[in-house]
Design a protein. Structure first.
Length: 317
């Protein structure tokens, strides 16, 4: 979450006229993140009570892409998944525009980010992701991943000349191995996935999970790949090694909500490597581009995780 587009008081007041949620008290840009512009917004309702909201302006997604996310978050929230969903105005419209960008006004869910992750945190996010996947398996819209296999193939080739021969080969190998996995007759479970459920996209009240945020990398994909993304962030030590206690808690809790299918045990060792490769690649691109305006995150973090996953193959419990 970050501020790329400046929003004025009059911008907000014009938007809020459609919603009848109350009078604008204050607003503040949210730092952090890399993709969208976000503001905390405080309103005072007719009952004189203040309420907190989040306004998001989408910097990369087009207006045509947004209905998928509006419908998905509404669908998930209606099935008790702790995700923010867009408010609808007096005409039943949730999707707005501001400064020629798609915009959503959503509730500010309670809680704080957790930095010192424990097995209990991993257990809770595992159960919540299982619930998310169960709710999303019969979601009626589909969306291709913005940074999926075709993007990996193209970008790994384009960036190869900027890498050492060893790293370029490592990228090519992992792209090829995922393509080989897709060719297997395994019929891995698919559905709506979060796609970016790092620990900074979750909130906890005390030690209880209260919200899953930033659903805007969601797409239709392998459910197990989404779990691999979580494992590679929530269960990793600073040196890239995996904390076995945290990973066991994550996988066990997830499997209790959505039991693993037989072929998922075969796919898991590759999918954790694929997930590490994907985020290594997406961090490499802006890090090696002198003209990039994105917030730079360390690509070496995911290179280390990938090498650890190669050295010590993963297994489901």
């Amino acid at each position: 979450m970050a501020v790329y587009t400046e929003v004025s008081q009059s911008d907000l007041e014009n938007l809020l006229q459609d919603f009848q949620l109350g009078q604008l008290i204050s607003f503040k840009g949210i730092d952090g993140g890399i993709e969208n512009t976000n503001y905390f917004v405080t309103l005072c309702g007719e009952d004189q009570q203040e309420s907190e909201y989040v306004l998001t302006l989408f910097e990369d997604l087009s207006l045509d892409e947004m209905p998928y996310f509006v419908e998905l978050t509404t669908w998930l929230a209606g099935r008790d998944c702790p995700v923010p969903f867009p408010f609808k105005d007096s005409n039943g419209i949730g999707l707005k525009t501001m400064h020629n960008r798609p915009a959503l006004l959503q509730p500010r869910l309670p809680g704080n980010h957790i930095e010192a992750l424990t097995a209990e945190h991993c257990r809770q996010i595992g159960a919540a992701l299982g619930q998310f996947h169960q709710a999303g398996r019969d979601f009626y819209l589909q969306r291709q991943a913005h940074r999926g296999v075709f993007w990996w193939r193209r970008e790994s080739q384009q960036i190869a000349s900027k890498l050492s021969a060893e790293d370029a080969q490592l990228l090519r190998t992992e792209v090829r191995m995922f393509e080989q996995l897709r060719e297997q007759p395994w019929n891995l479970p698919q559905g709506a996935i979060h796609g970016d459920l790092f620990h900074d996209n979750a909130l906890f009240q005390g030690d209880k999970l209260s919200a899953i945020l930033d659903i805007y990398n969601a797409c239709t994909g392998y459910l197990l790949y989404d779990l691999a993304i979580v494992a590679n962030d929530w269960c990793v030590n600073p040196d890239g090694s995996i904390d076995p206690q945290r990973e066991l808690a994550l996988l066990t809790a997830y499997g209790e909500v959505r039991p693993f299918e037989e072929n998922e045990y075969l796919a898991w060792p590759q999918l954790v490597k694929t997930a590490a490769m994907r985020f290594w690649l997406s961090r490499l691109i802006p890090a090696l581009d002198p003209n990039s305006t994105q917030k730079i995150k360390d690509p070496e973090e995911f290179r280390r995780i990938l090498l650890q996953r190669i050295a010590t193959p993963a297994a489901l419990p």
